[in-house]
Design a binder for this molecule. Structure first.
Ligand SMILES: Cc1cc2nc3c(=O)[nH]c(=O)nc-3n(C[C@H](O)[C@H](O)[C@H](O)COP(=O)(O)OP(=O)(O)OC[C@H]3O[C@@H](n4cnc5c(N)ncnc54)[C@H](O)[C@@H]3O)c2cc1C
Length: 274
């Protein structure tokens, strides 16, 4: 009988498990995918490794401005990706040690809660095991959500997971969204040489941050690096009173030589065409 079974080993899950064990409990973690969850494998850590590589690359290219002569600066994308993968592996291995060191038992399978106090683990080979526990923490995180557009429109679209695994620098990239993840990928791939466009709902980049920061910091950086932005017009400017909360309805088709037009989003129907 466990004191605590934690389902999910992302930052939410592993911290709860380690704390539970440090408080003297008999603790297990059940993980159906990779240990460390989104953050360690396809989130914070790999993006930060790429951000660091991108910043280093840009600094090296601009070093002459500061009187530092480096010679020809070349991007080795395979090397960048190897650095990213090694960083992820080091941290995932470290987490495994940390869980072990704190006496947390790890079960590698998908968890289900068939009854209070029971966690059923299904392994890859289809076999099952039921763990008895006094407490359960659900730390199952989140999954990617596709925009509400016809599937055909997404044929050549990639997710943030895929954007961490590219083996060549795309000539152009259109990023749908303007939050932190979008801005981070825009900066990374633009630094590596892609022409980046962003399509977003809010007139601000990174809407939750201060307007001043939104206008000055990330945008300045993007502009400097030749990223371009496309802003959706004010939600009420044309369809006064018909705005559906949280649903983007129209994107401003500023064209920079070529145009990308997103048609109006219609609730309930096919939403958007690129
Ligand atoms: C590209 C990107 C960059 C990001 N950068 C940052 C950043 O810089 N800073 C920041 O703070 N956040 C960042 N985030 C967000 C951060 O990754 C998440 O907030 C964080 O991972 C959430 O942790 P979590 O433990 O709740 O869930 P997750 O990390 O999603 O972990 C949940 C785990 O539960 C497992 N699981 C789910 N269901 C079951 C089941 N039934 N049985 C067994 N296991 C199950 C999943 O496989 C997964 O491993 C980023 C996210 C992305 C996508």
């Amino acid at each position: 009988m466990f004191d605590l079974v934690v389902i999910g080993s992302g930052p939410g899950g592993y911290v709860a498990a380690i704390k539970g064990a440090q408080l003297g409990g008999k603790v297990a973690v059940v993980e159906g995918n990779k240990l460390g969850g989104c953050c360690l494998n396809v989130g914070c850590i790999p993006t930060k490794a790429l951000v660091h590589a991108a910043t280093t690359y840009l600094s090296a290219k601009e070093a002459h401005k500061f009187g530092v002569e480096i010679g020809e600066v070349k991007l080795n994308l395979a090397g960048v990706m190897a650095h990213k993968s090694n960083t992820v592996k080091r941290l995932v291995d470290g987490l495994e040690m940390l869980l072990k060191g704190n006496g947390v038992t790890v079960y590698r399978g998908w968890a289900n809660v068939p009854a209070p106090g029971k966690v059923e683990v299904t392994y890859d080979d289809g076999s099952k095991e039921v763990l008895e526990t006094k407490n359960i923490v659900l730390a199952t995180g989140s999954t990617q959500q596709l925009p509400p557009v016809p599937k055909e429109s997404l044929a050549h679209a990639i997710s943030s997971d895929d954007a961490l695994e590219l083996d060549k620098v795309p000539e152009r990239m259109l990023i749908i969204g303007g939050g932190v993840i979008a801005a981070e990928f825009a900066c990374i791939w633009n630094a590596f040489g892609s022409k980046v466009d962003m399509v977003k709902r809010s007139p601000l980049i990174l809407p939750p941050v201060d307007e001043e920061i939104s206008h000055k910091r990330p945008f300045g950086h993007l502009r400097e690096r030749d990223a371009r932005r496309k802003r959706r017009e004010s939600p009420r400017s044309r369809d006064e009173g018909r705005r559906t909360e949280g649903v983007p309805r129209r994107c401003d088709p500023h064209s920079h030589g070529e145009s990308t037009v997103l048609r109006r989003y219609r609730p309930g129907g096919p939403r958007c065409r690129a």
